[in-house]
Design a binder for this molecule. Sequence first.
Ligand code: C2E
Ligand code: MG
Ligand code: MG
Length: 622
Amino acid sequence: MDNLESELILIVDDNPTNLKLLFGFLKEAGFKILVARNGKNALEKMPHIKPDLILLDIRMPEMDGFELCRHLKANPTTKEIPIIFLTALSDVKDKVEGLTLGAVDYITKPLQQEELLSRVRLHLRLRYLTRSLQEKNQHLTEEIAARKAVESELQELNRELEQRIAKRTEELYLTLQNLQTREQQLTYEASHDLLTGLYNRSWLMNRLSEILKIEQPQAHKKYPVLFLDIDRFKSINDSFGHLIGDELIKNVSNRIKICVDSRGEIARLGGDEFLIILTEAENIQTVEATASHILEELQQPFPIGNYQVVISASIGIVFSILDYNNCTAILRDADIAMYQAKESGKGCYRVLTPQMQSQALERIQLETDLRQGIEQEQFCLYYQPIFSIYDKKIVGFEALSRWLHPQYGFIQPTKFIPIAEKIGLIGILDISALKSACQQVKIWQEEFEMPLTVNVNFSAIQFQQAGVVEKIIRTCHQSGLSPSSIKLEITESAFLETAHAGTKILEQIRSQEIKLCIDDFGTGYSSLSRLHTFPIDTLKIDRSFVSSLGYNSDTTAIVQTIISLAHNLGIDVVAEGIETTEQLEKLKDLGCEFGQGYLFSKPLPSEKVTQLLSNYSNRQGD
Ligand code: C2E
Ligand code: MG
Ligand code: MG
């Protein structure tokens, strides 16, 4: 504010003398000056000028100084301009009025240059200071506002950030919770059976090895294990369907849980197999009592859906697992004992004995040997002639498999057929027997010009395998033997077991003219009444009836019934195991038309049969 004089001063006065005087003073001091003759004139100029100070006379025509002052103070663009009234010395009232209207000062006339300039300068300076203060203030206010804006923006950002963090934290927490739940679920699934909620095989193996690792087992604790298997579960599943099967498994597991309570740990090994570790049992009596209790409970009917399902189960027991050093051996032995319970008629328990173990090991060895035997073709066929009982003529043969074991010599089919069935190799054996038998009999038919038939035993287990009918038909056709010369023998028990699914297959076979024979008839009892439903051509009376013929009147009556019934149904009858002439005579009396047995001939190797047939045809020719 060094250069006050460059400021613009508006003089509003109607008195030319005053104007001149003022103009002169101010001009001399270097100010820029504008002049208005009265209030109205000044007001008109205001929009175009920006005076820094106004020297305002009071008394003026048209619009006096007060009026102008009021206008200026009322207008925001002009209200800050300092106004100094020019007044007569004596006019106190005017002075007061002027100051009240907002004037900053007054100068009394007659005007004194010194006073005028110093008041003008003072007020310009004041105005300048006020302005710069206002500016600073304005600046400060702006700065404060800006700061506040930034602050609130910051706060907003912080709030947003906090919200985001809170949200993210919540998300993370949820993810973590999900992960934990999933992990718990996975841990659960890894050790539990999902159907029953019992432990699974993997848990069991860990648990058993944990028990075996106990360095100094408490002497009184033996950790007995019970291996439980539901009897004939497969046929329950087949006849009621899988849903009922699953429901049954759940119900069985619940009953076992109740029986075992807190005295043991239960795992489901899969299918219908359960394993129970009795952690509290101290002696064999307690273990056997628990096993009996479980078996009794399981024999009570299970109400499932609309059914009352009645089952039984077999249990194998290993009393002390601490004698073992690996878990697989425990399971194997418990399974052996369970198998023994099944062999003993099912629905019971058996405790493992050393003898059972050695038998089982022998069986396992035999399984291995059998696989190898099939690979190395260690099997051959023996043929037992079938005769017409009336004229003792050979009508055909039954082909019977023999296994020439490299170490044990001949092994009978009663021993190896069940193993082959168990390990799923019976199909290969039977088809290969069928092939050889058909080829052989075709040769004999041609060589001896006899209408010989061949009976081949066929295990019904393989009827569940895909493509078995096609295989049978193809094998028969390839041999070149007329299908009507071929008879498949299926045991009565197999017939009963495969009743539904099997019948269709049997009909397909028969539609190819291949004949069917029900073997060991009479051992299944219940089937006499169902005989008419079986699609068969021949019925073979079991040896057990034949052997007691003659001296057991009941048997004789049964055999009589069987024969009459079969004949009424158009079915041929063969009696097997005829060993004595009495039996033969009796059968003849009862009307049985065919027979086989040691009385006629034992099963013979093919060379012996060739010899027999050549002697026989020579005899016939004589
Ligand atoms: P099966 O079909 O009932 O055969 C009759 C069995 O009684 C034969 O025993 C035969 O040697 C024997 N046998 C014949 N006549 C007499 C007799 O007068 N007295 C006595 N005590 N026994 C006699 P094998 O050859 O040991 O066959 C046993 C069973 O093995 C057969 O019973 C048959 O069910 C089965 N089998 C034999 N070969 C095969 C085969 O290739 N496949 C299938 N799936 N099973 C076969
Ligand atoms: Mg047979
Ligand atoms: Mg038989």
